[in-house]
Design a protein around this ligand. Structure first.
Ligand SMILES: Cc1cc2nc3c(=O)[nH]c(=O)nc-3n(C[C@H](O)[C@H](O)[C@H](O)COP(=O)(O)OP(=O)(O)OC[C@H]3O[C@@H](n4cnc5c(N)ncnc54)[C@H](O)[C@@H]3O)c2cc1C
Length: 392
């Protein structure tokens, strides 16, 4: 039985998440990678008031880290718990995985049937898809490895959990020179492993993953003035310019290279890997053959809206223009022709290069929320049940 939907003054909504909790994936990522603080400054968080986190931290100033008051992991999570309590959102997440979103057209316009993993379904007039977006990006050589090999000896960073890992005496190869690779390297080194950190190019040092100019009109004005979607996609790529490491993590890594525990291998790629029964043999683009006990792929995610199973039926019923894997949405981040909204990296053609970050989530909510509340902005009449099914 689905519980009663939540009611705010003018809307009713459900949130579906397999964990049954708010920000579960966020907490899991930060714990699994032992990340001490956020990369983004204290103004970025889910509360509508940008200064709310700063006020919350007044009694805990030592949990704001230099150089720009980066919130500590525990501080941020406590703040979110407080926000959930203040906005009376406890208990509003239904523990359920959505497996399919089926558009249904009828006399009252389009609605959606959301199919849940346990076979139940729910009907909604509007859907906001906030699943995080993207599937793990795996290098080609991974699919060419002759099985069998132990799965835990080669995995994407999404599946690595540093907690409880004993790595003393092991050699770990980490592929990917972004911040996730950096966190994994520090975690493996502190557990006594010898680490090779391999990157396609020289390691990039940056405080933030995109220039703060992308948070406001400085760069976004030009971005929104661009009418060519492919050009927008290029602007996003240039602004993010691949993975980068913060100065703090890079300093820690350099310290470990001096002790000989860490080898940084820039401008290098794996060509092939072979499981030898108890270790990996890896052939690399620099001509070297290396051996290691584990390989972790900190290779990020691939964005392709056509590979998002929850959008398959919507895509079929309401064909949309897709540019390099990203859909062209309207200004309210609405899928053309129906009342499905996207937030996260798949909304980047409208939101810009920070779409995948907390700041992007705020920009997305500022665009989506008015379309949920104001009938004049909605193509279909009425304001009956609003269903916000998926959210961290
Ligand atoms: C390691 C790491 C560190 C980061 N640090 C920062 C930072 O310092 N600052 C910053 O701005 N951003 C940071 N980010 C980015 C940040 O995680 C995102 O901006 C934020 O989590 C986006 O929230 P979201 O709710 O859109 O997606 P997510 O947090 O990814 O949540 C998506 C939710 O959807 C649920 N879901 C997925 N599929 C289904 C389904 N079929 N049915 C039901 N539910 C489903 C998942 O269980 C999950 O809980 C970081 C990301 C990572 C991975």
């Amino acid at each position: 039985m689905l519980p009663d939907s939540r009611r705010t003054p003018d809307v009713r909504f459900w949130v579906f998440d397999p964990s049954g909790k708010w920000i579960s994936r966020w907490c899991r990522h930060f714990a699994a990678l032992e990340i001490p603080h956020l990369r983004s400054p204290a103004v970025h968080h889910p509360d509508p008031d940008p200064y709310a986190l700063r006020r919350f931290a007044e009694s805990r100033p030592h949990e704001l880290f230099p150089p720009y008051d980066l919130p500590g992991t525990q501080l941020f999570q406590d703040f979110c718990s407080d926000l959930i309590r203040r906005w009376e959102l406890e208990g509003s997440v239904v523990k359920a995985k959505v497996t399919r979103i089926e558009p249904i057209s009828g006399a009252k316009g389009c609605r959606f049937r959301l199919w849940l993993e346990d076979g139940q379904s729910a009907i909604a007039r509007r859907v906001v898809l906030a699943t995080g977006g993207g599937v793990p990006q795996l290098p080609v050589w991974v699919s060419q490895i002759q099985p069998p090999y132990p799965q835990e000896r080669l995995c994407h960073s999404d599946r690595v959990d540093l907690r409880g890992l004993q790595l003393s005496g092991e050699r770990v190869l980490i592929v990917g020179g972004g911040l996730t690779g950096g966190h994994l390297a520090v975690g493996a080194l502190t557990r006594g492993a010898k680490v090779m950190l391999m990157a396609r190019r020289q390691l990039q040092e940056k405080l933030f993953d995109a220039d703060p100019g992308w948070l406001g009109p400085k760069y976004l004005k030009g971005f929104w003035a661009e009418t060519d979607w492919e050009r927008r996609w290029e602007l996003i790529g240039t602004a993010r310019n691949g993975g980068s490491l913060t100065p703090a993590i890079l300093t820690q890594l350099r310290r470990h290279t001096h002790s000989g525990q860490l080898a940084i291998l820039p401008e290098c790629q794996v060509l092939s890997a072979q499981w030898l029964g108890n270790r990996w043999r890896v052939i690399c683009s620099d001509g070297a053959e290396r051996e290691c006990d584990r390989i972790w792929l900190a290779t990020g995610t691939r964005l392709d809206v056509t590979a998002e199973p929850l959008l398959a039926d919507i895509l079929e019923a309401y064909p949309a223009q897709i540019v390099k894997g990203l859909p062209v949405l309207d200004e309210h981040l609405r899928w053309p022709g129906c009342e499905a909204f996207l937030t996260g990296p798949l909304a980047a053609l409208q939101v810009g290069p920070v779409a995948r970050n907390l700041s992007g989530a705020r920009m997305a909510s500022e665009r989506i929320a008015p379309a949920l509340h104001k009938p004049s902005l909605a193509p279909t009449p009425g304001q009956r049940p609003l269903l916000v099914p998926l959210s961290g």
